[in-house]
Design a protein around this ligand. Structure first.
Ligand SMILES: Nc1ncnc2c1ncn2[C@@H]1O[C@H](COP(=O)(O)OP(=O)(O)OP(=O)(O)O)[C@@H](O)[C@H]1O
Length: 567
C-alpha cells in the first residue's frame, strides 16, 4: 500500500516537472517572434512556480512513504532475525562469531532497507523522469534528434553487466572485514580487565588498527569500483549532449525545428542525465542489497538441530527423577567420546554431586539434561521418559541452570534475578537473594536492587556475580536445579550457607551440584566421580571414602590444604 502511494506520488511529481522545459520552449518561441508581453511573462512565471510547488508536494509524499516502508521493513526483518536466532541450538553459535551475527543484523539489514526505500524511490523517480522526458522529446521536439542523441545511453546496460558482479564481490569482502573488526572490538571490550592488568593496551590497539586497515582497504576497493561505474554514466550523458548540440544546432540553423523546441530539448537532456546517474546508484545499491539479502536468506534458512520430535510427550509437571544409561556420548564435532559408561539414577528431592578433574566431562553431562547437546536415544531419562521424547519447552522449563560463568545482563540486579520469572515481585526477588546469600550486599548498594550492572556485571565481584546468578535460579524454582561449579568464587563460609539454603528450600526438588571443592557435595545423596569422561566411582561421601579411590585421594588432599591454610 505504502509503495503504491509513493509510486503514484512520484509519478505525479515527474509528470508535473517535465512540463517546465516545454513551457520554456514555448516562451522562447513567443520571445523569438517578438510577441512577448508583460502579461505573458507573468503567466509563464506563475506556471513555472506552480509546477515547482506541485513537484515538491508529490515528491515529498513519495519520499516519505518509501522511507516509512523501508523503516518498517528494517524493523520487521531485525525482529524476525532475532526471533529466529533464539530458536537455534548452541552448536550453531559455537560456529558463528558474534561480530558476524551483529554485522548481519545491522549492516545487511540496513543495505536491504536502503535498497527498498531510497533505491525503489530513486528507481521509480528515474524511470518516470526518463520515460516522461523521452516522451516529451519525441512528442514535442523531433523524433530524429531524440533517436540520435540517446544512442550513447544504450551503452549503460553493458556497463551494468560488467560492473555488477565486481561491486557485489567487493561489497561481500568489505562486509566480511567489518564482521572481523566488530568481533575484535567485542573481544577486546570483554577482556578489558585482562588487557589492562597485563598492560597489553598497545597490543590490543595494534591488532585493532590492523583490522581497521583491512576494512578501509576493502571499502576503498569497493568505492573505486562504484566511482568508476558511476562516472561512466554521466559521461554517456555528456556525449548525448554533444550530439544534441551539434545536430540540434544544425536543425535550427536549417529551419527544420524552432529555436524553442531546441531549447526545450537541451533542457530535457539535462533532465535525463540526472535519472541516468540515479539509475547507476540504484543498481549499485541493489547489487549490494542482493548480496546482503542472500546472506540473510541463508541465515533465516538455518534450522535448529535440536527440536521436538513428532508428537512429543507432554507432561503436566515434571517431578525430577533422573537416570543416565549412557554407554557413550560424543560431541558432533568431537573425535572421541566425551563421556563413557555413565550409569546412575537419582530420585526427585535428592542431591547429586559431580566431581572430577577439569575437562573430565562434568559440564557435558549436565548439558545433556536440557538437551543443550542431544544425547543418543535411550540414554538420558527424566521421570522415566527419554529426554528426547519430552516436549523441549516442558523439559527446559523444569530445569534451572547456573552456568560456570554466571552470566549477567546489562540491567539492574533485580531484573537480573527475575530474568527467568518475568512478573516476579520484589518480595520474591529479595527472598531469592537471601537464599543465595547476596541480599545484605545488594541492600548496601545505594540503589539496592535497582543498581545497574554493566555488561557482564563489571561492577560486581566474581563471587557476587555467581550469587546473583544463583538467586536467579532459586527464583525460577524449577524441579531440577543444576549448579555448574558456580560456588568456586565464594568463600567456604558463604558456600556452607548457600548449601544450607539448598537443603532448606529444595527438599522436594532435585539438585545437581558440580564442584571442585568437595565440601559443596559432601552431603549429597549420591556423588559421582568422572575421570576423562568415564564414571569411575559413585556412592555417598562415606562410601567413597571407604572405597579409597580417586575421591578419597581428592578429599585427603583438600583436607591437607585447608589444614595448611588454617595454620
Ligand atoms: N561443544 C563441544 N564440542 C566438542 N568438545 C567439547 C565441547 N564442549 C566440551 N568439549 C570437550 O569435552 C571434554 C569435557 O569438557 P567439560 O567442559 O564437560 O569438562 P568439565 O569437567 O566440565 O571441565 P571444567 O571442570 O574445566 O569445567 C573436554 O575435552 C572438552 O574439550
Amino acid at each position: 500500500m505504502y509503495y503504491v502511494i509513493s509510486f503514484l506520488a512520484i509519478m505525479a511529481a515527474e509528470i508535473i516537472t517535465v512540463q517546465s522545459p516545454a513551457l520554456v520552449g514555448r516562451f522562447t518561441d513567443v520571445l523569438n517572434k517578438g510577441k512577448l508581453t508583460f502579461g505573458l511573462v507573468e503567466r509563464y512565471s506563475l506556471w513555472l512556480v506552480l509546477i515547482a510547488i506541485g513537484f515538491s508536494i508529490f515528491f515529498g509524499i513519495g519520499q516519505f512513504r518509501t522511507g516509512q516502508m523501508g523503516r518498517q521493513f528494517e524493523y520487521l526483518l531485525r525482529r524476525h532475525l532475532f526471533t529466529h536466532w533464539e530458536t537455534l541450538s548452541t552448536s550453531y553459535f559455537r560456529k558463528r562469531s558474534i561480530g558476524d551475527l551483529l554485522n548481519h543484523a545491522m549492516n545487511d539489514v540496513q543495505a536491504v532497507r536502503q535498497a527498498i526505500s531510497q533505491g525503489l524511490n530513486q528507481l521509480s523517480n528515474a524511470i518516470f523522469l526518463l520515460c516522461s522526458s523521452l516522451f516529451m522529446m519525441f512528442h514535442t521536439v523531433s523524433i530524429k534528434l531524440t533517436a540520435v542523441s540517446i544512442i550513447p545511453i544504450l551503452f549503460i546496460p553493458l556497463f551494468v553487466v560488467w560492473f555488477g558482479p565486481r561491486v557485489r564481490n567487493a561489497s561481500r569482502r568489505a562486509q566480511e572485514s567489518l564482521s572481523s573488526m566488530t568481533d575484535l572490538a567485542e573481544e577486546n571490550f570483554s577482556a578489558i580487565r585482562l588487557i589492562k592488568a597485563t598492560a597489553n593496551e598497545s597490543v590490543a590497539v595494534n591488532r585493532f588498527e590492523g583490522s581497521v586497515d583491512t576494512v578501509v582497504e576493502r571499502q576503498l576497493i569497493m568505492a573505486r569500483q562504484t566511482a568508476l561505474f558511476q562516472s561512466l554514466i554521466p559521461l554517456m550523458g555528456s556525449i548525448s549532449f554533444f550530439i544534441a548540440l551539434l545536430y540540434g544546432g544544425y536543425l535550427v540553423v536549417t529551419h527544420q525545428i524552432l529555436l524553442g523546441a531546441f531549447v526545450a530539448f537541451t533542457m530535457y537532456l539535462a533532465l535525463v542525465i540526472n535519472p541516468l546517474q540515479q539509475i547507476g546508484n540504484v543498481i549499485n545499491n541493489f547489487q549490494r542489497a542482493s548480496a546482503s539479502l542472500l546472506r540473510l536468506s541463508i541465515l533465516l534458512g538455518e534450522q535448529p538441530d535440536i527440536t521436538d520430535k513428532r508428537n512429543p510427550v507432554e507432561l503436566e509437571s515434571i517431578r525430577g527423577d533422573i537416570e543416565f544409561r549412557m554407554p557413550a556420548f560424543q560431541y558432533p564435532d568431537g573425535d572421541h567420546p566425551a563421556l563413557a559408561d555413565v550409569f546412575f539414577a537419582i530420585s526427585h528431592g535428592q542431591t547429586l554431586g559431580i566431581v572430577g578433574q577439569t575437562g573430565s566431562g562434568k559440564t557435558t553431562l549436565v548439558n545433556l539434561l536440557p538437551r543443550i547437546f542431544d544425547p543418543l536415544p535411550g540414554t538420558v531419562f527424566v521421570d522415566g521418559y527419554d529426554v528426547r521424547d519430552l516436549r523441549l519447552e516442558d523439559l527446559r522449563n523444569a530445569i534451572s541452570y547456573v552456568p560456570q560463568d554466571g552470566f549477567l545482563f546489562s540491567a539492574n540486579i533485580g531484573e537480573n534475578i527475575s530474568f527467568s520469572k518475568e512478573n516476579a515481585n520484589l518480595a520474591e526477588i529479595e527472598q531469592a537473594a537471601r537464599l543465595a546469600c547476596i541480599y545484605e550486599e545488594v541492600q548496601a548498594f545505594p540503589a539496592k536492587f535497582d543498581t545497574v550492572i554493566g555488561e557482564r556485571g563489571i561492577a560486581l565481584s566474581g563471587g557476587q556475580k555467581q550469587r546473583t546468578a544463583i538467586a536467579r535460579a532459586f527464583l525460577k524454582d524449577a524441579p531440577i536445579l543444576i549448579l555448574d561449579d558456580c560456588l568456586s568464587a565464594v568463600d567456604m563460609n558463604t558456600e556452607k550457607r548457600i548449601v544450607n539454603s539448598l537443603n532448606e528450600v529444595r527438599s522436594n526438588r532435585t539438585t545437581i551440584i558440580i564442584a571442585h571443592r568437595l565440601s559443596a557435595v559432601r552431603h549429597a545423596d549420591l556423588i559421582i566421580v568422572l575421570d576423562e569422561g568415564r564414571l569411575v566411582e559413585k556412592g555417598t561421601h562415606d562410601e567413597l571414602i571407604a572405597q579409597n579411590g580417586i575421591y578419597a585421594d581428592m578429599f585427603a588432599l583438600q583436607q591437607q590444604d585447608s589444614e595448611v591454610a588454617m595454620n
